[in-house]
Design a protein around this ligand. Structure first.
Ligand code: HEM
Ligand code: NAG
Ligand code: NAG
Ligand code: NAG
Length: 504
């Protein structure tokens, strides 16, 4: 039997798959020596490792949970050997500060998942570039034209319009069971695509965009990027074989996605390059990119990254807050009281949002328990450096486990209870200064989309609460709502949140 084609089958359940790969590796690596012990001195502590696979068998498909358990035994900064790859994980605020502040300069490079290692795309990446000139330029451009206060203000009419569509849609679906994730995703996606291209790309139809092909394509890209089982990244020798078909599969999806908006870029390019063009006419982010001389390839990569990084994470966050509010009626009724007090008009406008302190506390509390990106994105050590007096060798893959920190009883009182009051009258925020709460990361790699994400989450939640009563279908008991989560790039609910929206 051809063992490599056997391995390419991704559908094997993890243990079986794992065993088969293990045997294959045993065979392949018989002659290779383990890394010299000299370079491994003074690493952060970690569990004993098996030959060749190291600690791979201990990670499983919920790495934020398994590594939190290991950290409980071995301390705030742990080492895991995943095949040939050394991985260090920080799991306390102090360790997070060491990684994201003290040694930010050395630990802010990126470890690129197989799904994003494409020769034509990687050099144009914002998310996956090391902190080099490409990265700096792209951050500056997005900061100026998408996420600055001025840009956010300019976008506010668009955001109101898209959320207005969402509300109309839900009003038209009185009494029906709605998978709220689909509706929120489509709303956010169209807000982003209107900012980027001045166009909606998904139709909020009877199927609330669930059957949309572009959406399916982007999901595929995210799914490839979040593959936990990616042996190429554990064993560089195997990388070029693309054993699981990740590189090939993701490229196909990238090209498919580009096909959806190529015509818009061409249309705008002819406008922007016409002799009568003036910068005041710029309608969208793409116009600005074209003015800056971007090629189609450069635009494709950046735009895909913004869609992928922005819509999934923000949707998750909205759905987690909603789940917690559904589960905790007493909290929901306090949110209601606050909104009745602060909002006297029919429709919500952006100026109302800043007064909704209790709702903001609910959002923080949900992000503490359910960070959308539980391990942040993979950082990489550009140079050897020290954190908490341990050595982090060059090329180590570094994670910060936000999920573990959010549930650590040494950091939070009664960490597993949903208690927004803990943030009332507290200055603690998620903007990167308080190392207990970093759902967006911190330091030079902090999420550039934070202002957009937070505004969207607040606006969508406030609108849904203002106009609707949320009812679980079939008289399901609110306090028993299933809160299990699945791991990917973004942490999602295992079961979708389905609700009936009754007009208030
Ligand atoms: C609630 C919503 C969001 C959450 C929780 C979130 C969280 C994160 C996190 C944890 C990181 C990685 C930080 C690190 O590696 O240290 C990140 C990076 C990033 N996010 Fe977000 N994000 C959200 C919304 C958005 C939005 C709306 C956009 C854009 C439209 C966006 C674009 C990005 C980009 C481009 C990066 C990579 C930055 C870099 O590598 O320099 N995010 N985000
Ligand atoms: C920045 O980093 C990325 C990925 O490491 C690389 O592909 C790109 O060429 C780099 N850009 C510059 C200007 O060096
Ligand atoms: C690291 O070592 C220095 C001196 O050897 C000591 O003063 C410091 O407290 C140590 N830091 C930690 C976090 O253990
Ligand atoms: C709305 C949302 O966040 N959805 C998707 C995020 O990406 C994964 C792909 O792994 C999808 O399965 C989710 O449904």
């Amino acid at each position: 039997m051809d063992i490599s084609s056997f391995l390419i089958d991704n559908n094997l359940p993890f243990p079986l798959f794992f065993l088969s790969t293990f045997l294959f590796l045993l065979f392949t690596f018989k002659q290779t020596k383990s890394p010299s012990s000299k370079s491994l001195k003074n690493l952060p502590p970690g569990p004993p490792k098996l030959p060749i696979i190291g600690n791979l068998h201990q990670v499983g498909n919920k790495p934020h949970i398994s590594s939190a358990n290991i950290a409980r035994e071995y301390g705030p900064l742990i080492s895991l050997h995943l095949g040939k790859q050394l991985v260090v994980i920080a799991s306390t605020p102090e360790a997070a500060m060491g990684v994201l502040k003290t040694q930010d300069r050395f630990l802010s490079s990126r470890f690129v998942p197989t799904a994003f290692q494409h020769k034509n795309l990687l050099p144009n990446s914002l998310i996956w570039s090391e902190c080099n000139q490409t990265w700096r330029n792209l951050r500056t451009l997005t900061r100026t034209h998408m996420f600055s206060n001025k840009a956010l203000e300019a976008q506010s009419a668009l955001r109101e319009e898209k959320i207005g569509h969402m509300m109309d849609f839900l009003h038209s679906k009185q009494g029906q069971v709605i998978n709220i994730e689909d509706v929120v995703f489509t709303t956010l996606f169209n807000t982003l695509s209107s900012i980027i291209f001045a166009k909606d790309l998904i139709v909020l139809n009877d199927n609330y965009g669930r059957d949309d092909e572009l959406k399916a394509t982007l999901y595929q890209i995210i799914e490839f990027g979040g593959r936990v089982i990616d042996f190429g990244s554990f064993f560089p020798i195997l990388e070029r074989f693309d054993l699981h078909g990740i590189r090939k599969g993701s490229m196909k999806q990238f090209l498919k996605a580009f096909g959806y908006w190529e015509y818009i870029i061409e249309e705008r390019r002819s406008q922007v390059s016409s002799s009568t063009w003036s910068s005041e006419e710029a309608q969208s982010f793409v116009d600005h990119l074209l003015e800056n001389g971007f090629s189609n390839n450069q635009i494709h990569e950046l735009v895909t990254e913004l869609f992928v990084a922005g819509s999934n994470t923000t949707t998750r966050t909205v759905v987690w807050v909603m789940s917690e509010l559904v589960r905790h009626k007493e909290v929901m009724s306090k949110v209601d009281d606050e909104m009745k007090k602060e909002i006297k008009s029919d429709k919500i406008n952006p100026s109302h949002l800043s007064k909704l302190y209790y709702l903001q506390a609910c959002i923080k509390e949900a992000m503490r328990l359910h960070p959308a990106v539980p391990l942040l994105l993979p950082h990489k050590a550009a140079e050897t450096c020290e954190v908490m007096n341990y050595t982090i060798p060059k090329n180590t893959k570094v994670f910060v486990n936000m999920w573990a920190m959010g549930r650590d009883p040494k950091v939070w009182d009664d960490p597993l209870s949903f208690n927004p009051e803990r943030f009332m009258g507290s200055k603690m925020d998620f903007k990167g200064q308080d190392f207990e709460l970093l759902p967006f990361g911190s330091g030079r790699r902090i999420c550039p989309g934070l202002p957009f994400g937070v505004k969207s989450v607040e606006f969508i939640l406030a609108s849904l609460i203002h106009e609707f009563k949320w009812v679980l279908p079939d008289g399901e008991e609110h306090s028993k709502l299933d809160m299990n989560s699945k791991f990917g790039i973004a942490m999602k609910r295992e079961k979708p949140l389905k609700l009936i929206f009754e007009k208030k």
